[in-house]
Design a protein around this ligand. Structure first.
Ligand code: DMJ
Length: 452
């Protein structure tokens, strides 16, 4: 833990959640998070109901592809249930079931639509058993399938939902590999094997192109199978590929044990070549995938998911040290920058799009260790989040964490992920029971293994 929290070790203090004389009232914090979630949801509903996203400063709406596919309602639906807004959730569920159609002449980004919409529908189906949601997921999955028709089996980045026409062959491990949990579960729930097979082949094609030292690059051509950028790191464009190797091995344990081997081999290389110990701090930087040579010393808001993954894989020690570093990065400006050079101790990308990853890691670390320091860490982050990003109708991203200048957007992941992980950090474990039998997809949609 951060030295600020080091004195908090006794079992007694831990059990009552006291920190440096300050008691973290978990119940009150969970209620605060719920209230702020509801504030943002109400803002979306008041100004943009039926659209994809709310722009919280101008109070105008954004539809990603010109027509709405209900991005915010679908992404937020399981959060509404989990945070205890059942009535609101039921209304939203019925609205989605009646109004959402994927029969549209619309080119969508396969990765984003899979993690937000397919994942959201599957998770909400598992919570409610509303078959209409599974039918929508099945329809969406079928319309996304043409994306996999490349010479390698790795998906193109975009597909037209009506015509199946594809585009953009230059992709990356995250966009290719972050489909397995959703498509795999869709197979299990519908009995249609092709969903699993296509997504499983795609992630396997990335893995088999790893370098001799076991790393993957940041860009790949899905037609030739050649890397077009050999920079390796744990953040954006690679992040959730690693996440899905691990979570795929958990969700499909017993039937696809190769995934476990793929994860185990990959994490050994990642730790060996990307970990960077500097001034007593642990960071994960960039290296060239073939040589392992350090190329960059930046870490950022997207990399900050990595402690969560380390916890899930059992490496609490590295997770805790890396989280301490990430929290220092947060504290430089009182809110997290998109990218930070940990060697130069300098912000290199000053935006803050309300990302959830650092909170996700705090949630995993707290529930694994029960160290109240993580509650205090979460409270600091929540207070800053409210202070700088709250508007009169919702929450908005920042253009610059140094000046605190505001942008005008609220991605759907704010309701799907950011608030959910804040809430689950402070709520009792019973608020969401994965029963050792499920995982969160990369958009924080819980997916349960309801099959053997
Ligand atoms: C989310 O859509 C997902 O967590 C994705 O894996 C990465 N980016 C955003 C949140 O930052």
């Amino acid at each position: 833990m951060n030295s600020k929290f080091l004195s908090i070790t006794s079992i007694f203090l831990i059990s009552i959640g006291v920190l440096n004389g300050q008691t973290i009232d978990k119940k009150a914090m969970a209620e605060r998070v719920r209230a702020e979630f509801k504030h943002s949801w109400d803002g979306y509903k008041k100004y943009c109901w039926g659209h994809d996203d709310l722009k919280p400063i101008s109070k105008t709406c954004r539809d990603w592809y010109g027509q709405s596919i209900l991005m915010t309602p679908v992404d937020a639906l399981d959060s509404l249930y989990i945070l205890g807004f059942k009535k609101e959730a039921d209304v939203t569920r019925n609205f989605i079931a009646k109004n959402l159609s994927y029969d549209k002449d619309m080119e969508v980004q396969v990765f984003e639509i899979t993690i937000r919409e397919l994942g959201g529908l599957i998770s909400a189906y598992q919570i409610t058993k509303d078959k209409r949601l599974l039918d929508l997921a099945d329809d969406l999955g079928r319309r996304l399938l043409p994306a996999f028709d490349s010479p390698t089996g790795m998906p193109y980045r975009y597909v037209n939902l009506r015509s199946g026409k594809t585009r953009d062959a230059i992709s990356n491990p995250a966009e290719v590999g972050t489909l397995l949990l959703e498509f795999g579960t869709l197979s299990k729930l519908t009995g249609k094997k092709k969903y699993y097979e296509k997504a499983r082949k795609a992630i396997g094609e990335i893995y088999k192109r790893r370098s001799t030292i076991g790393l993957v690059g940041r860009a790949i051509d899905v037609e030739t199978g050649k890397w077009t950028n050999t920079d390796s790191f744990v953040g954006s464009e690679i992040d959730s590929y690693l996440e899905y190797l691990l979570k795929g091995s958990i969700l499909f344990e017993g039937e696809d044990d190769e995934l476990d081997e793929m994860w185990t081999r990959s994490i050994i290389s990642v730790k060996k070549y990307l970990r960077d110990d500097i001034d007593g701090e642990v960071w994960f930087g960039h290296s060239e995938m073939n040589t392992g040579k350090r190329t960059d010393t930046t870490y950022g808001a997207l990399d900050a998911f990595f402690p969560a993954i380390l916890v899930r894989s059992g490496d609490i020690d590295t997770a805790a040290k890396l989280q301490d570093s990430a929290f220092k990065m947060w504290q430089v400006n009182g809110i997290e920058p998109e990218e930070y050079d940990y060697k130069l101790k300098k912000v290199t990308d000053a935006g803050y799009p309300l990302r959830p990853e650092i909170i996700e890691s705090t949630y995993y670390l707290y529930h694994q260790t029960k160290d109240p320091g993580y509650l205090a860490m979460g409270k600091v982050m929540f207070d800053d989040f409210v202070k700088y990003c709250r508007t009169d109708v919702a929450y908005t991203g920042l253009k610059n964490v140094q000046t605190k200048e505001r942008a005008d957007y609220m991605h759907s992941f704010v309701l799907a992920e950011t608030f959910k992980y804040f809430y689950l950090l402070f709520a009792p474990s019973s608020a969401l029971d994965l029963k050792g039998n499920g995982v969160f997809n990369t958009e924080a949609h819980p997916i349960w293994k309801t099959w053997k």
